[in-house]
Design a protein around this ligand. Structure first.
Ligand code: 13P
Ligand code: SF4
Length: 307
């Protein structure tokens, strides 16, 4: 038996005893993703699963903002994060007070907030978006408000990548994902030269010049679906390292070139701290109810937009 087998067994047993589910993001390591995660997916998919589960406890295999999103949507469930240190450089780039100032500066312009933000920031926002629905949300909210401008926060690169796909004027903030910002256009050109014919998929948190050099851009789920649907012989996923490991498990016929960057926050979630969290019910997420209700509107309105 591999060394982690007793831990996997203990986690799966505790989940049944406590009526708990693990919502695991695509960036979880393969042991978590493949052996204890009950639902796996991108930020939008996990948020939707949180609303559907009958479990009493949700253990978020992801980062803090994802656990807050689950709590915002499911206040009667107990939501836990195995490490309170699993943050996000985008979430820490902006506060609710920043949004209030921005709204004063641009009255009448809707604020579209990436889900990679705290509950405090979501509470000040008009609607949320994820990497999979950002263009649709921008077009939906501008139509609803009868305007042709949005403020899109906090990811500068996501905002610029979205701006290229719509006629709406997009006003950006200066947040960046510390993982995706490290890829460069030169990296992509070098990789293409070293691996002729390789298909390059990029997450929209990458700089626009990286997206421009890529064959496809989409959320972590969209990248995974692309590999499953198109079955490229050789592929590069310009994103977090565990993505290639997890997508490779389901696509053994594809070769993965792996110029990945690790997300230190995602990597703070381990089998060990998932077990401790389940056993001792530590690191529960609490959000003040008035803040949660305002954040709920922004997240729920996003979920209701069909795209
Ligand atoms: P997805 O919504 O595409 O899964 O992205 C979440 C994230 O944090 C990417 O860095
Ligand atoms: Fe945040 Fe980037 Fe890590 Fe995603 S990969 S959780 S955006 S720091």
């Amino acid at each position: 038996w591999p060394a982690y087998a007793p831990l996997v067994h203990a986690i799966n047993t505790l989940k049944k005893e406590k009526n708990a589910v693990i919502l695991a993001h695509n960036y979880m390591t393969p042991d978590i993703f493949g052996l204890v995660g009950d639902y796996v997916g991108d930020s939008l998919g996990l948020a939707i699963e949180a609303t559907k589960t009958d479990a009493e406890m949700i253990i978020q295999g992801g980062v803090h903002f994802m656990a807050e999103t689950s709590k915002i949507l499911c206040p009667i469930k107990r939501v836990f994060i195995p490490s309170m240190r699993a943050g996000c450089s985008l979430a820490s780039s902006i506060t609710g007070a920043d949004i209030r100032l921005i709204k004063q500066r641009y009255p009448g312009v809707p604020v579209v907030t990436y889900v990679n933000t705290s509950a405090d920031v979501k509470a000040e926002s008009d609607i949320c978006c994820t990497s999979s629905n950002a263009v649709a949300i921008v077009e939906h909210i501008t139509k609803e408000w009868g305007v042709n401008q949005v403020i899109m926060l906090p990811d500068e690169f996501l905002a610029k990548n979205v701006a290229k796909q719509t006629d709406v004027e997009v006003i950006a903030w200066h947040g960046r994902c510390e993982v995706h910002a490290r890829f460069s256009a030169e990296d992509v050109r070098d990789m293409r030269a070293a691996h002729p014919g390789v298909v390059v998929l990029a997450h929209p948190e990458c700089p626009p010049e990286v997206v421009a050099e890529s064959d496809f851009t989409g959320s972590t789920k969209a990248m995974s679906d692309y590999v499953t649907d198109h079955k490229p012989q050789n592929v590069i996923l310009l994103t977090e390292c565990s993505m290639s490991d997890n997508v490779a498990m389901a696509n053994p016929e594809t070769d993965f070139v792996r110029p990945c960057n690790l997300c230190p926050h995602m990597k703070r979630i381990t089998l060990e701290n998932i077990y401790e969290c389940l056993l001792n019910e530590t690191n529960e997420i609490f959000i003040p109810e008035d803040q949660r209700l305002r954040a709920f509107k922004a997240v729920q309105d996003m979920i209701e937009v069909k795209f």
